[in-house]
Design a protein around this ligand. Structure first.
Ligand SMILES: Cc1ncc(COP(=O)(O)O)c(C=O)c1O
Length: 389
């Protein structure tokens, strides 16, 4: 099997399952209990928190474990806007998000607006997939509570200069809240600058780096205050109460420890596969690789190629890939079971047809050149067969 859907999830290796099981056998208490098994579990919990904090150059107390990035985004948006709504009784505060956001940000923001808790502004993206920073700055007003934006886009791989953009914002509006969706960059770039970036919060997900599904984290700046989504228990300093998901947390912590300092070599290998695949795609008549047009690490993820082929439906390509043991994805991976045009590609100016028929290939750290050669061969065969009708 050739698995090239790493932006959706990266499969857990059998070794990782065994490592997690071995660790859990020693620490399967409730971290809130004061007896020895509880204390051991608490130590394992704090080690895991420390490993993620280390990757982010953050303090351990700034890491809040959640069930994933979806919950982390909800916690930031609802907690942030919920607080702002409480303090601005007359008029709901304004929330700005970009047009390329994942549904866990887009739908949450729209729901908040529907409930009268915010006024939503959508900042446009450019044809490159980058946010139009000038347009975003122009949207900020005196009652803007904050902005939520992706660091790297899961569909196109476009990387946004969130640090530069937030510095421009904070120069004029120091009280402004900045939430960053940081998960697609974890393990694919050095992120130790994150903790001192001035961001208020950021969302991360464990299953994108080869850890278990159903676990993630919110980076919450030590100074940031938010309303929790659930009440009771007091775990995670009251910011996310409930007994901790120890199997997930142990798994997340282990992977954070393993990828520490390794992004350089991992990225070099992924970049090599991405570029080889991009060339193979571009060699097919009628193929168009979608933005970003510049494939450097400050503009694009090292592992992602999003493309379409004129006259060949995305479903035809994906189905034939699947039959050949190549597992890629279409549109937004998290909703790829629903045939909807990609809102990201639409926002970048592509047509409905392109937005519905795009294919995303996202390499993981274990891909090989032989994989790309096989994929290129299958691509050429499928396109020729479809075009013959
Ligand atoms: C950018 C982005 N945000 C949020 C999510 C949701 O993450 P989780 O599955 O951890 O809830 C995904 C998943 O693909 C994503 O790519």
């Amino acid at each position: 099997m050739i698995y090239v859907d790493a932006n959706a999830t990266y499969p857990v290796t059998p070794k990782h399952y065994m490592d997690v099981a071995a660790l859990l056998q020693q620490v399967d208490g409730n971290p809130s209990s004061i007896h020895a098994p509880g204390r051991n579990a608490k130590v394992a919990l704090e080690h895991a928190r420390g490993y993620l904090a280390q990757l982010l150059g953050a303090r351990s107390l700034e890491v809040v474990f959640t069930s994933g990035a979806t919950e982390a985004n909800n916690l930031a948006l609802q907690g942030l806007i919920g607080r702002a709504a409480l303090s601005q009784a007359e008029r709901p505060p304004q929330l700005i998000i970009t047009a390329a956001e994942h549904s866990s940000v887009m739908d949450t923001a729209q729901t908040l607006q529907g409930r009268g808790l915010c006024r939503l502004e959508i900042a446009p993206v450019l044809a490159s997939g980058a946010v139009d920073g000038d347009a975003l700055l122009a949207q900020i007003g005196p009652d803007t509570a904050g902005v939520a934006m992706m660091h790297a886009n899961n569909e196109t791989g476009a990387v946004i200069d969130v640090r530069g953009l937030s510095q421009r914002i904070m120069e004029f509006y120091p009280a402004f809240q900045v939430h960053v969706v940081g998960l697609q960059l974890l393990g694919k770039a050095g992120m130790t600058w994150f903790g001192s970036s001035g961001f208020d919060s950021a969302a991360f997900s464990a299953h994108k780096i080869g850890a278990s599904k159903g676990i993630g984290a919110l980076f919450l700046n030590a100074g940031a205050k938010l309303l929790p989504l659930s009440i009771g228990g007091g775990q995670e300093r009251g910011r996310r109460p409930g007994t901790e998901n120890m199997p997930g947390i142990v798994s997340f912590g282990l992977r954070c420890q393993e990828i520490q300092g390794r992004h350089g070599e991992v990225c070099a290998s992924m970049r090599c596969l991405r570029d080889a695949w991009r060339l193979a795609v571009e060699a097919v008549p009628g193929a168009v690789v979608h933005a970003p047009s510049v494939f450097t690490d400050d503009r694009s993820l090292p592992n992602t190629v999003n493309f379409h082929i004129e006259g060949v439906s995305g479903d035809d390509l994906l189905l034939n890939f699947d039959l050949a043991g190549i597992h890629a994805s279409s549109g937004s991976a998290c909703s790829s079971s629903v045939a909807r045009p990609s809102h990201v590609l639409l926002a970048m100016g592509y047509s409905d047809w392109v937005a519905l028929n795009s294919v995303r290939v996202s390499f993981g750290p274990d891909g090989t050149v032989a994989d790309v050669e096989r994929m290129a061969e299958v691509l050429r065969e499928v396109v020729a067969r479809v075009r013959r009708g």
